[in-house]
Design a protein around this ligand. Structure first.
Ligand code: FES
Length: 157
């Protein structure tokens, strides 16, 4: 499945569950996590943050649920970086930012950083074109001037 298709499916899942009245119940959260896992293979740091946001549950409650269901797999503590390579971001230095990230973190062919702490992916649009250029790290968007000094940005993470 392409990365864009995956992202679309993830958004569909979040929008479906986000509209459920009982979205913060254990049953619903488990169902949501299982669907996300079917698409992504595991529950990443970024997905965990979104689950907390969308369902309104606390991180503690989410941790308890994940522990209770061994079939739900968390990704190792790897930070997920999604660089936007869409037209709007591309026109505003997006490609140079991507090159800087690769260089700074020593990203290999598998998308992993030299130290194994970061995984880099690209996407055609993060649906935040207004603030281009954009980058998503663990589910949070970083834009514009924040991306001028990549080294500094990664120190904050
Ligand atoms: S092109 Fe980058 S957010 Fe849309």
């Amino acid at each position: 499945m392409s990365e864009n298709r995956k992202q679309e499916q993830i958004e569909e899942i979040f929008s479906y569950y986000g509209n459920q009245k009982d979205k913060s119940t254990q049953e619903m959260v488990v169902a949501l996590l299982k669907e996300l896992q079917e698409v992504e293979g595991c529950i990443s740091i970024g997905l965990r943050k979104r689950v907390v946001e969308v369902t309104g549950i606390t991180e503690n409650f989410l941790n308890c649920i994940i522990k209770m269901y061994p079939s739900i797999k968390e990704s190792a503590n790897v930070h997920e970086i999604i660089a936007c390579t869409g037209e709007r971001c591309g026109n505003k230095n997006g490609m140079e930012i991507l090159r800087n990230i690769k260089k700074e973190l020593g990203i290999g062919k598998d998308g992993m950083s030299r130290d194994g702490n970061f995984k880099l992916q690209t996407r055609n649009c993060l649906k935040q074109c207004r603030t281009a250029p954009n980058l998503m790290i663990d589910g949070k968007i970083y834009s514009g001037q924040e991306l001028e000094d990549i080294k500094k940005l990664f120190q904050k993470i």
